[in-house]
Design a protein around this ligand. Structure first.
Ligand SMILES: [Fe+2]
Ligand SMILES: [Fe+2]
Length: 298
């Protein structure tokens, strides 16, 4: 195994910009509606705002992500974080931490992270889903506190994918995997790589990011479907493109229906009416307290 990753620069506003670019890029890749009517016009406006600088930013983000997410890197990050001895804090403290992630210079994005959390949860609630699904919407991105622990954006957000086996061409910008040293390891270069066919995703190492981290922090308190939504919501190659079925077992196939059910609430609620967070807070505090302890190990 290689040495642990080098210390990284502390969180910066530049990283916030990259983060937003990643989420905007997802909506570009997976637009909500076919190109017709008002929605299509809105999409086009958004697309026009999506400058070539932004496109270059997304490409650079994925170049770093694909080049650096090796088997050794994932193992090192799991060894660093999964003992869960970084911090003890409750959900609301984590939410407050995430809110410091927004760019201070942009008043429009103040409290953007909690807005995304509550917007996602409110849309799930409005559709009459069970309360644990609503809670999942609220907390699904809290693993992004990794940024505040000094991790670079490429190790926190972005599409996730298995390491230790061949990269699917369904992963965004797959050409950048040529820069990943694992691409030259024969054992990692077959379809199943170091895994058995149908072994189940629980036995597969995923690229490191906020999904796996939060799953490890809160998964034990939630139903299996919620665990899958948290753990695999950024695994677009699987839940949107159908790749990596050869590594899945029956439970994965069944549970990915929930991951797919969750995805639209994550992607397409950003432009909904901003939620009245203060008014909703008593409901969400009660819901959170029903499932999760006051303090979690991070
Ligand atoms: Fe996320
Ligand atoms: Fe999200």
């Amino acid at each position: 195994m290689s040495s642990p990753p080098q210390p990284v620069a502390p969180h910066s506003a530049t990283q916030d910009v990259t983060h937003d670019l990643w989420e905007d890029d997802l909506r570009q890749r997976y637009p909500e509606t076919p190109s017709s009517g008002a929605a299509a016009a809105a999409e086009k406006d958004e697309f026009r705002d999506y400058t070539s600088d932004a496109r270059a930013g997304v490409r650079e983000f994925y170049r770093q992500n694909h080049a650096n997410q090796t088997v050794d890197f994932v193992r090192a990050m799991r060894a660093r974080y999964l003992p869960l001895r970084h911090r003890r804090m409750g959900v609301w403290e984590a939410m407050d931490c995430l809110n410091t992630l927004v760019d201070d210079s942009d008043p429009d994005t103040e409290a953007a992270q909690i807005a995304h959390a509550v917007q996602t949860a409110e849309a799930i609630r409005a559709d009459g889903h069970p309360d644990w699904f609503v809670l999942t919407g609220l907390i699904h991105d809290l693993g992004k506190v990794l940024c505040l622990f000094g991790e670079p954006q490429w190790a926190v957000v972005g599409d996730t994918f298995p390491v230790g086996c061949a990269y699917s061409d369904k992963i965004v910008l797959p050409e950048f995997f040529a820069e990943n040293p694992d691409a030259r390891v024969p054992d990692y270069s077959t379809a199943c790589g170091v895994y058995e066919p149908g072994c189940g995703l629980d036995n597969v190492l995923m690229s490191w990011g906020h999904d796996e981290y939060l799953y490890q922090v809160v998964g034990r308190y939630l139903p299996v479907a919620a665990q899958y939504m948290i753990r695999y919501h950024s695994f677009y190659a699987a839940h949107r493109e159908g790749a990596y079925g050869h590594l899945m077992n029956d439970t994965d196939r069944e549970m990915f229906a929930w991951v797919r059910a969750f995805n639209p609430y994550d992607l397409y609620t950003k432009h909904d009416q901003p939620p009245d967070v203060a008014r909703l807070m008593p409901y969400y505090r009660e819901l959170t307290a029903r499932y999760l302890p006051d303090t979690l190990d991070w």
